[in-house]
Design a protein around this ligand. Structure first.
Ligand code: GTP
Length: 350
């Protein structure tokens, strides 16, 4: 029987650095033929664009498949399985498949899908890599006040005070074979070490916790874990009380309705750094979790990529506009439900 194609699931909250880590992996693939399956929340295909724009030799358009139908863990049957079948049926199947889940996805339903009859004999989960935004966790963005929370729980065990963010974060940790504490360049070595130690206590026994800046890890560390995660899902169950008996419950339980996203378009901007400051202000005012996309700067032939995670905004010119391509901005905005869309649109277009 032919060997099963190994697949690595890269999970982690919005903006943790999944795409950055994958990009580094592709740039250092040493001849491995890696196919990517990408799923994004807030549909604009930014991650696919970034990875395609990377110009890495041997990484062709064909090797990147985008799932657009919402959150990967809720569209396993319609979207994910057929995509995997297509990949596996190629004349030369990839050496390795890497799946980037949306920042809001639970990895568990996706990993379980590897047991489906159509694919279970041909592919196996090599490992679940959970990328953590070390800076955001250190700033307490996933649990507003852990001590207060613990005190409340002690007072009333039946209360579930976890925020949707905290729940998702813990479920993503519970499924991991490897936890990457990313963005260590924004932490002191002591902070990074303390965080790694703390996260190890939230993971299953024996899970490796590694530290990284800009997702730069040797490919050999990330790939080849050989966990066959799909065969031991009981150990990786969601630790919260999600009901996975039917899809509707599941969707509800992991709170898609607690997050929302929309796209804002605008014309050319005058200046990249002034616009970055404007975006940072909008993010602060409206408590936006993630904002990313592309813009056109007056007089510049290159396209401006813009990436913001919480308060940190990054801009860079990624590629020239193609002839005839619209010189306008498209930005996807993601936050907890209840964003003031009209005000955000107005502020970003100002
Ligand atoms: N300072 C710093 N920035 C980082 C690091 N890793 C990623 N970033 C930045 O964080 C932002 C988000 O990175 P991505 O790789 O797009 O994160 P992601 O997890 O793929 O994001 P989503 O797909 O939206 O969930 C980008 O602006 C990156 O340049 C890091 O280690 N240090």
């Amino acid at each position: 029987m032919p060997r099963k194609v190994p697949a690595t699931v890269v999970t982690g909250f919005l903006g943790a650095g999944k795409t950055t880590l994958i990009r580094h992996m592709l740039a250092n693939a040493n001849g491995r033929r890696i196919a990517l399956v990408i799923n994004e929340f807030g549909d604009l295909g930014v991650d696919g664009e970034i990875l395609r724009g990377c110009g890495i030799a041997g990484c062709t358009e064909d090797d990147i498949m985008e799932l657009s139908n919402g959150c990967i863990c809720c569209t396993v049957a319609e979207d994910f399985i057929p995509t995997m079948e297509k990949l596996l049926e190629r004349a030369t199947p990839p050496d390795h498949i890497v799946i980037e889940t949306s920042g809001l996805a639970l990895p568990q339903p996706l990993v379980r899908a590897f047991n489906w009859p159509g694919i279970s004999t041909r592919v196996t989960v090599d490992g679940v890599v959970t990328v953590v935004d070390g800076k955001a966790v250190a700033e307490g963005r996933f649990a507003a006040d852990e001590r207060a929370l613990a005190a409340q729980r002690a007072a009333d065990e039946t209360l579930d005070h976890d925020t949707p963010l905290a729940e998702l974060f813990e479920d993503q940790l519970a499924c991991a074979d490897m936890i990457v504490v990313n963005k260590t360049d924004l932490l002191s070595p002591e902070e990074a070490e303390a965080l790694a130690a703390e996260l190890a206590t939230k993971a299953r026994e024996g899970v490796r916790v590694v530290r990284a800046a800009h997702g730069a890890l040797p490919v050999e560390v990330l790939l080849g874990i050989g966990s066959a995660a799909e065969t031991d899902m009981d150990a990786r169950g969601e630790i919260h009380h999600h009901h996975h008996d039917d899809e509707e419950d599941h969707e509800h339980a992991h709170g898609h309705d607690e997050f929302e996203s929309f796209v804002v378009e605008r014309g050319e901007i005058a200046d990249a750094s002034a616009f970055a400051r404007q975006v940072a202000e909008v993010i602060r005012t409206h408590d936006i979790l993630r904002l990313k996309g592309f813009a056109a700067v007056a007089g510049k032939p290159m396209r401006l990529a813009l990436q913001a995670v919480g308060p940190r905004v990054e801009t860079y010119f990624d590629r020239p506009f193609a002839p005839g391509e619209a010189r306008s901005a498209r930005l996807v905005v993601i936050g907890e439900a209840g964003l003031d869309r009209a005000a955000i649109e107005a502020a970003l277009r100002a």
